[in-house]
Design a protein around this ligand. Structure first.
Ligand SMILES: [Zn+2]
Length: 224
């Protein structure tokens, strides 16, 4: 399958282009225009045709408009007339421009603002930076450090746990910050963002999404 695919010129083969376009990621906003997820264009198009979502279009003047399937089809015809060539799905009669952002028409649950406390999310919050020596590390070279050690009553919470490199972690051991003279660079707090599709590389975020999401350090985040 893969070998077969490799022989296809994806730039010129319309079927191959359509498959790639359908696998591209679409940003999903709730009714309050807050990002809640991403999905494939395939799923987004289905939601639009079912009437569960509208497509969000940003024109060159950065004006937003929303479209149902029919108004989006006519917009695609305009693009076609203007010889613009965004990724399109074509049938014999229609061109359907692959959406980049959709807004749900039914789903209005607020995105959860509470971030799950996990090792991975602590590292994201601390930007993979040891909170004692201020250097950036690969996740496998980072530990979780209890600012107030557990044996001195420190809890495993956002407010008491920071990313620490192995060296600083063992230097601090079970001492209190003032005993070790080691203080976190940033006061640890529960993050206000929800890690958003954290496996997504920032290259995968579309320029059109940047009004809705923040991209930093290779991860994509939502501002709360
Ligand atoms: Zn360190």
């Amino acid at each position: 399958m893969l070998a077969g695919r490799a022989k296809v010129n994806t730039m010129t083969d319309p079927k191959a282009r359509a498959v790639i376009a359908l696998d591209s990621q679409v940003l999903v906003l709730n009714r309050l225009w807050q990002p809640v997820n991403t999905c494939t264009a395939r799923r987004a198009v289905t939601l639009v045709f079912l009437g569960h979502a509208h497509i969000v279009h940003r024109d060159e003047e950065k004006n937003y408009s929303t479209h149902d399937a029919y108004s989006w089809l006519s917009l695609a015809q305009d693009h076609h007339r203007q010889k613009a060539q965004p990724p399109c799905l074509r049938s014999a009669r229609h061109a359907f421009v692959v959406p980049e952002i959709i807004v749900l028409t039914l789903y209005d649950r607020l995105p959860k603002t509470e971030v799950k406390f996990t090792r991975h999310n602590v590292f994201i919050r601390d930007r993979h930076t040891c909170q004692y020596c201020d250097r950036v590390f690969d996740p496998r070279d980072l530990n979780l450090d209890h600012v107030i050690p557990r044996d001195k009553g420190g809890r495993t919470t956002w407010e008491n746990v920071v990313a620490s490199c192995i060296r600083c972690n063992s230097r601090k051991a079970n001492k209190l910050p003032h005993e070790a003279r080691m203080f976190p660079r940033t006061e640890p707090r529960a993050p206000r963002w929800r890690p958003f599709h954290s496996s997504m590389r920032h290259q995968e975020a579309r320029p059109s999404w940047l009004d809705f999401i923040e991209v930093s350090d290779g991860t994509v985040e939502i501002s709360a």
